[in-house]
Design a protein around this ligand. Structure first.
Ligand code: MN
Length: 240
């Protein structure tokens, strides 16, 4: 099995190194990741300038850095490696739950794989500073990958989030009733108003969602689809 590893935190992220180490137990691993952090870039692609693809030393891995977005990395990675079986994206330093998946570069890399017809799995966890800090999450990364790669029907796209100290795993749906994006005002040193568009904690989680799983100490696995069509509304409109 060929596993392509990407992320949005950049090629030197400890989360990416942990994911590559565990992925190597499942087959042949190659890393193709952005040379700078690309968090919250969503599924942007670079079309106004050419991209480079350069070998980089990441432990003993076959690794490359691209001066582009997570989606660029997956496109070039799949182009340069025959028969990629699955793209793993992460492990992101920070959760990607509910509506934040619209902004996530981590999930976008997995979605880019799905657009090419390749299975994509995005993985996110609380922020950490070194691979050693992943002690409690590490065994669950392997368990979750084994489970998702073996389960039938095989999901094309899965968004995985790990709590800090997992005690189990759960299949979930996206938490979409609440949105954690908020614009916060401040003043710059010259006294002018500036704005931070940031994420704020969400209360009152909906049952069976990714957010509820994390609060319960469970690894959340959400199968996603590329079809954004509102089928219920379409059927209703079609009847008229
Ligand atoms: Mn990130």
């Amino acid at each position: 099995m060929r596993l392509l590893i990407a992320n949005d935190d950049g090629v030197y992220s400890p989360g990416l190194l942990l994911l590559a180490e565990i992925a190597a137990k499942f087959g042949e691993v190659r890393i193709v990741a952005p040379d700078f952090e690309q968090s919250s870039m969503g599924q942007a692609i670079t079309f106004s300038r050419p991209l480079s693809y350069r070998r980089v030393a990441i432990a003993h891995f076959d690794a490359y850095r691209v001066n582009g977005t997570p989606a660029d990395c997956v496109a070039i990675g799949i182009h340069n490696w025959d028969k990629v079986d699955v793209v793993l994206s992460g492990i992101n330093l920070g959760h990607n739950l509910g509506n934040s998946t619209w902004h996530s570069g981590t999930l976008a890399a997995a979605k880019q794989a799905a657009l090419f017809g390749v299975r994509g799995i995005a993985l996110s966890a609380p922020p950490i500073e070194s691979v050693e800090a992943y002690g409690k999450i590490r065994p669950y990364v392997e368990e979750v990958l084994a489970q998702i790669l073996a389960v039938r029907p095989a999901p094309l796209l899965v968004n995985v989030n790990f709590p800090a100290a997992p005690r189990g795993v759960a299949w979930t749906r996206l938490s979409i009733r609440h949105y954690d994006g908020k614009v916060v005002l401040a003043k710059d040193p010259m006294g002018r108003t500036i704005y931070w568009f940031t994420a704020v904690p969400i209360e009152q989680v909906e049952p069976d969602t990714d957010r509820a799983a994390i609060e319960a100490g469970l690894v959340s696995m959400t199968p996603l689809r590329l079809d954004l069509t509102d089928h219920a509304t379409l059927a209703e409109l079609g009847r008229r």
